[in-house]
Design a protein around this ligand. Sequence first.
Ligand code: HEM
Length: 445
Amino acid sequence: LLRWNEVRYRKKGLPPGTMGWPVFGETTEFLKQGPNFMKTQRARYGSFFKSHILGCPTIVSMDPELNRYILMNEAKGLVPGYPQSMLDILGKCNIAAVHGSTHKYMRGALLSIISPTLIRDQLLPKIDEFMRAHLSNWDNKVINIQEKTKEVAFLSSLKQIAGIESCSLSDSFMTEFFNLVIGTLSLPINLPGTNYHRGFQARKTIVNIVSKLLEERRASQETHHDMLDCLMGRDDESRYKLSDEEIIDLVITIMYSGYETVSTTSMMAVKYLHDHPKALEELRREHLAIRERKKPDDPLDLNDLKSMRFTRAVIFETSRLATIVNGVLRKTTEDMELNGYLIPKGWRIYVYTREINYDPFLYSDPLTFNPWRWMDKSLESKHYFLVFGGGTRQCPGKELGITEISTFLHYFVTRYRWEEVGGDKLMKFPRVQAPNGLHIRVTSY
Ligand code: HEM
């Protein structure tokens, strides 16, 4: 019986690897040993092996060339393979749930509201106003920077979506949104008391809130220069006509995709800068130079953002060293040949990119926090650099995310010094997080 999984998934042509226990497969080993499990399996079976993790037969691909191929070839039947709970809660028009021409359309609609011009004219001013106000009064306080960066990521994107209404909505929306996030990472058991159930309820409430907002906006003649108005097509130039359901799911997509990525990168940047005073000094110099060019109340503009070369380097180095994203998931829509093996329909493919970040042939001294390595801009466009994914689903929010983190760092380092209270634990896998928070004592600079 214990060999059931091995027998069940014994098929000619599959890659090497083990399938573990019935039902659980190798999930426990994967979650407990994390990156070491992957390394051990790679040492045994090579960079392309089979396993059974998180409830699914899975192929793990750690081969850079193959990973690229998988990410570029959605049309050949390699579609996103995120868990059912995530798809249910994020909605059926969510970008990860749609393929082919629908994906192209939804992605186009999203890209049209976060274009470089809109970042310059609408989003950056909103982000600046928000960060400037939100990062005040931290002097002489002990702050849980994990909680703060989460709040910042959420509230900043709410302001970009529904500028004027964001203040009145924020409290009720935030609680529901946090429940929604937890629900997407749960087992899909819809019984009262489960995270999945709570996440599902949270989705319903959020759908109601946004629907009401759409109605109110349609009833009024007032225009707002924010994402919601653009998605509603109130901006004359828009060539995308979206239904309410599509608008709502896109709003949830934007909030969800930029939430954990932006908040965790911001938190880890604060952590690494604390541990590396030389990098902090250089970063602060860059931001103080910007402030010197301006009056105290002048907001950041696109030129300031462009001049933040070292800040960008800090963000890239933080994403690399902390590995904010371990990889991306795909699944096969039909039996297919991949790397000389036969992969059955419905198997999940884990494009596991974590190890690339620590490859000494790609990054010298890979375990050291060294933002200066990114001052060579060509490193960002190397084909093996997959922090923002690759191929047809490469992160559309990359520049927006960098804008948010840079603005956060700008107000943080020009206003404050900080030291860690100490004793907080940091987990690196399966997600980067501080289970009891990351506490810092903040004083004004
Ligand atoms: C530091 C910040 C960020 C990181 C590290 C990051 C990382 C990623 C990665 C790795 C993917 C690929 C997923 C896949 O291939 O399945 C992705 C996709 C995506 N990201 Fe980001 N992201 C960040 C910020 C943002 C922000 C701020 C937004 C808000 C608009 C966003 C929106 C999206 C969307 C909508 C997708 C799906 C694209 C598609 O399926 O076509 N991301 N991101």
